[in-house]
Design a protein around this ligand. Structure first.
Ligand code: PLP
Length: 410
């Protein structure tokens, strides 16, 4: 029992508790209003060399805030990858717009710039790229397409902290806005939470106001609203000059997010080490049962998970059988891909009922949206965990996978 307690919570052993204590002891008083979130935002912006960071209560809210700031509304279309989490589609729906699904590259599993080009219409307002599993999309090509078509670019980095492309650019800092999630499984976590970055002051203000209940005195730099009592404790003070949601990050979450951000390099380095351990073993084993996600030359993968395509079906080995065997050897799990967003029942059924308009049809073979590569990959993706805390834990996973491969290959 004692051993288990020691094992748990290793990610939150530094300033997390100290900052939480400070906030609790402040009684959440008006003077401490946004104290931790401001500190967190300023550190996160600094680490990403961006002018503005805006904290939020989730990595879904952040996407919604960004699309709203881009002016996405009824009748507009937003291009998103087919292979990603449903939340990327939800936020388009939340804006009253239609998600348009781009296919992914068969080797990197990331949004395919060539398919983005094909899916652009007069109604397209923005492209949401998703740096899935911790690897950056081909931002050069995507920015070129966006510029040519006058489109905004949102980088969803929920699974991608401090990854780099071949030009040494940090994930989330190339498009108009970068968005991160601090949900519990992510590189950094505050249980739930999110953050946005941008260098664009006008977008920063819009995102902050939309997630901050449209309070009049919110600025691009600060979400503080209780700033000048003599001004706002006045019957004539008009509090809200815009509509908005309450997407603010709580001070408790901000305290944890700040302490986590202080050590972002440490957490990312650990995941990279663990991800590379899987990669090395697979290359050395010369197996063709698992085909790892291709990392383009010069890119640094941040390995939210280690992902590979399962290639055992042609040899009569099912996805589930392989997973079961891995678990029996001490593996801590293999995670499947989510359904392609276009074919999650809520989206598919809504399209069938005519809720979403748009140019993309429903077809017999691919469902809604013509994304054959994503649909094929989705069935075979295997994600392995990279959040092991030490050498012993990762080596247990590597051994379990090695044994599993050997079992099916012998
Ligand atoms: C790629 C991606 N986008 C968006 C989200 C949404 O983030 P959150 O769970 O913080 O709302 C997630 C998290 O699960 C994600 O993995």
């Amino acid at each position: 029992m004692k051993r288990k307690q020691i094992k748990k919570g290793w990610r939150f052993r530094n300033n997390e508790k100290r900052y939480l204590k400070r906030i609790l002891e402040s009684d959440f008083s008006a003077g401490s209003d946004n104290y931790m979130s401001e500190k967190f935002e300023s550190l996160f912006a600094k680490k990403h060399k961006q002018k503005f960071a805006i904290s939020s209560n989730s990595g879904t809210s952040t996407l919604h805030q960004a699309l709203h700031a881009f002016g996405v509304g009824h009748g507009d279309e937003v291009i998103i990858p087919s292979l990603t989490v449903g939340m990327c589609g939800f936020v388009v729906w939340q804006c009253g717009a239609t998600p348009v699904f781009a296919d992914v590259d068969k080797n990197t599993f990331l949004i395919d710039p060539e398919d983005i080009k094909k899916k652009i219409t007069k109604k397209t307002k923005a492209i949401m790229v998703v740096h899935l599993y911790g690897l950056m999309c081909d931002m050069d090509k995507i920015i070129k397409i966006a510029k040519k078509n006058n489109l905004r670019v949102l980088e969803d980095c929920a699974q991608c902290f401090l990854a780099y492309d071949d030009k040494k650019r940090i994930s989330g800092t190339i498009g108009d806005v970068g968005s991160w999630s601090f949900e519990s499984s992510k590189h950094l976590s505050s249980s739930e939470g999110g953050v946005l970055t941008t260098n664009n002051k006008s977008l920063a203000l819009k995102m902050r106001k939309f997630g901050g209940l449209g309070f009049t005195n919110i600025t691009a730099y600060s979400g503080k609203v209780r700033i000048d009592k003599n001004k706002f404790q006045n019957p004539n003070w008009k509090r809200h000059n815009e509509f908005g949601y309450n997407y603010r990050m709580s001070e408790l979450c901000a305290a944890v997010a700040l302490a986590q951000t202080e050590r972002v390099e440490y957490f990312v380095k650990k995941r990279i080490k663990n991800g590379n351990a899987f990669l090395d073993m697979i290359y050395k084993s010369k197996t063709n049962l698992l085909i790892p996600q291709k990392i383009p030359t010069g890119f640094i993968h941040s390995f939210y998970t280690f992902v590979a395509l399962f290639n055992g079906k042609s040899k009569g080995i099912s996805w589930s059988k392989f997973r079961k065997k891995f678990l029996s050897y001490g593996g801590d799990g293999i995670y499947s891909a989510w359904q392609t967003v276009n074919n999650e029942p809520c989206f598919y059924n809504a399209r069938k009922k005519g809720l979403f308009s748009g140019s993309m049809k429903i077809s017999q073979s691919y469902g809604w949206g013509e994304t054959p590569v994503a649909i094929k990959l989705q069935k075979n993706i295997m994600q392995f965990t990279t959040n092991q805390k030490n050498e012993a834990e990762i080596s247990k996973q590597i051994k379990a996978l090695k044994k599993t491969i050997k079992f099916f290959e012998s």
